[in-house]
Design a protein around this ligand. Structure first.
Ligand SMILES: Nc1ncnc2c1ncn2[C@@H]1O[C@H](COP(=O)(O)OP(=O)(O)OP(=O)(O)O)[C@@H](O)[C@H]1O
Length: 256
């Protein structure tokens, strides 16, 4: 594996349930993500995928254990770690370009630099032509591309993507997957990508981390040496799909 970028060391996250009793969303999770790696997190609902992403993003601190980024403890959000959620989360009253510029505006960049960097980020996701459109004028896939551009514009080292393509139709989803791979392969970005979808993990990932629930834990860490682009109709892809599927069902059975 390449140099470590993110280290999750013996992390547990406990939440209080409504009756006040504690519940382990994650228990003793350890994971290292290398520079430039593309890792998919997959697992059934409630296994702690979003919790793990929020901890890595720095939106909260773990109950136990530690998370570091480039060797430094994570104590809050940072432009080094760009986040893309399932919901488009764009500001409806701003154009695509203004949405992308938002993070730069918050950091006090002058308008000319903001505009140039936003247009460059929109270009990278193939949307330079839609810079002046409002979210309601864009398709679901285009909105999610804007969300990716918004994360890219602050030049992160890692993209944290939480089911980013779950809300779009199957054809758009495949196009977005191909675009994301192209973007990743032409950069030094690391990507941590949460999905429920085995096909998506098999198509995208260099490594698939399979999680199991109650408490959230890592069930398997599958290295994938298949080259890109992957052919969904090939026997090798079918085998990959089965490997992930088997790990998931083993995890589910033993967690039940
Ligand atoms: N703020 C919170 N307060 C209490 N419990 C929480 C909180 N956030 C998450 N949980 C619980 O922690 C567990 C893990 O939730 P999380 O959302 O991380 O799972 P997930 O794998 O992302 O699920 P899904 O795939 O359905 O999005 C669940 O049991 C959930 O109910």
């Amino acid at each position: 594996m390449s140099d470590a970028l993110i280290e999750v060391a013996s992390v547990s996250q406990v939440f209080a349930t409504r009756d006040g009793s504690p519940t382990f969303a994650l228990r003793d999770v350890s994971l290292t993500i290398g520079k430039g790696e593309f890792v998919c997190l997959i697992g059934p609902s409630g296994c702690g995928k979003t919790t793990l992403m929020h901890l890595i993003a720095g939106f909260m601190t773990p109950t136990r254990g530690r998370i570091s980024f480039s060797g430094t403890p994570v104590t809050g959000p940072s432009p080094d770690r760009g986040v893309v959620f399932q919901e488009y989360a764009l500001f409806a009253w701003m154009t695509a370009q203004q949405n992308v510029e938002f993070g730069l505006r918050m950091r006090g960049f002058p308008s000319r630099i903001r505009a140039a960097r936003a247009l460059e980020a929109l270009e990278r996701v193939g949307l330079a032509h839609a810079a002046n459109k409002y979210p309601h004028e864009l398709s679901g896939g285009m909105r999610q591309r804007v969300a990716v551009a918004r994360a890219l514009v602050v030049k992160p080292a890692v993209l944290l993507m939480d089911e980013p393509f779950a809300a779009v139709d199957a054809i758009t989803r495949q196009a977005l997957q191909e675009d994301l791979l192209r973007l990743w392969r032409n950069s030094e970005l690391s990507v941590i990508f949460v999905t429920h979808n085995i096909d998506e993990a098999a198509f995208l990932a260099q490594r698939v981390v399979v999680m199991s629930p109650h408490p959230g834990a890592i069930r398997a860490d599958i290295a994938i040496d298949a080259s890109y682009p992957r052919d969904r109709s090939s026997a090798a892809f079918g085998e990959l799909y089965s490997r992930i599927s088997t790990s998931l069902s083993v995890g589910t059975r033993s967690a039940a």
